[in-house]
Design a protein around this ligand. Structure first.
Ligand code: HEM
Length: 195
């Protein structure tokens, strides 16, 4: 990773603790979602498109959050959305897209997915941006969000003239990677010994 990646406020690998999920566990999870070396390549290929279109993706996801009061709630206080909070998270969200697509799924990546989970959970939510907002993003929405985060990127992947089967392969790779992240994020929500 280039040093500029660390310039995003609050996106700091050094501050992430060690994930309780081991690299061996991660390999088994990858096998479980049928993640192959071909997916890794397709993720890189799709990543180039997604990163170029990062603002468009974020507009779509933020429109989705903004148009659902029960989701906007997590960025709000007294029913008022905190725009600074939304903007700061948006920068880190874009960096996460880059990391998912381009970074090896190594110990550092694994640790940061855990950190992202902690930041949705009452253990660390609101701390990075020092905001007052609901103390936890409820578990059910993390899992449910896999669908919109997955389905919305397909038109973008298809926008650069790739053959339909190439688009499908890039999309499947993204879907698997999002499932992996979501699983890793939910560690703090699961009772000890049950993850
Ligand atoms: C698959 C599901 C999800 C993924 C992959 C995801 C990903 C992310 C990422 C990458 C960040 C920035 C982490 C950082 O600080 O570096 C973030 C922050 C955040 N997300 Fe999510 N998210 C998901 C679901 C949701 C849902 C359903 C909500 C509800 C609106 C939500 C609300 C938030 C909030 C409030 C923050 C800021 C947390 C803080 O205070 O630090 N996320 N998310």
């Amino acid at each position: 990773m280039g040093s500029t990646d660390m310039d995003i406020k609050g996106y700091d690998y050094g501050k992430a603790g060690t994930s309780p999920v081991t690299l061996h566990d991660l390999e088994l999870l990858k096998a479980t979602v049928l993640f192959t070396p071909a997916d890794e390549e397709n993720l890189r290929k799709g990543g180039e498109i997604l990163i170029e279109k990062a603002d468009a993706i974020m507009d779509i996801w933020y429109e989705m959050i903004g148009s659902h009061p029960h989701l906007l709630h997590y960025f709000s206080r007294n029913n008022m959305a905190n725009l600074e909070y939304l903007t700061a998270v948006r920068m880190r969200f874009i960096q996460w897209v880059k990391d998912v697509c381009l970074r090896p799924f190594d110990q550092t990546w694994l640790n940061y997915q855990y950190e992202i989970g902690l930041r949705h959970h009452k253990l660390k939510k609101n701390k990075t941006d020092e905001v007052e907002a609901p103390p936890i993003v409820h578990y059910r929405y993390i899992t449910a969000f896999i669908y919109p985060i997955t389905v919305t990127v397909k038109p973008l992947l298809a926008s650069k003239g790739h053959a339909p089967e190439e688009v499908e392969a890039m999309h499947q790779a993204w879907f698997k990677a999002v499932v992996l992240t979501a699983v890793l994020m939910t560690y703090p929500y699961i009772r000890a010994g049950e993850f």
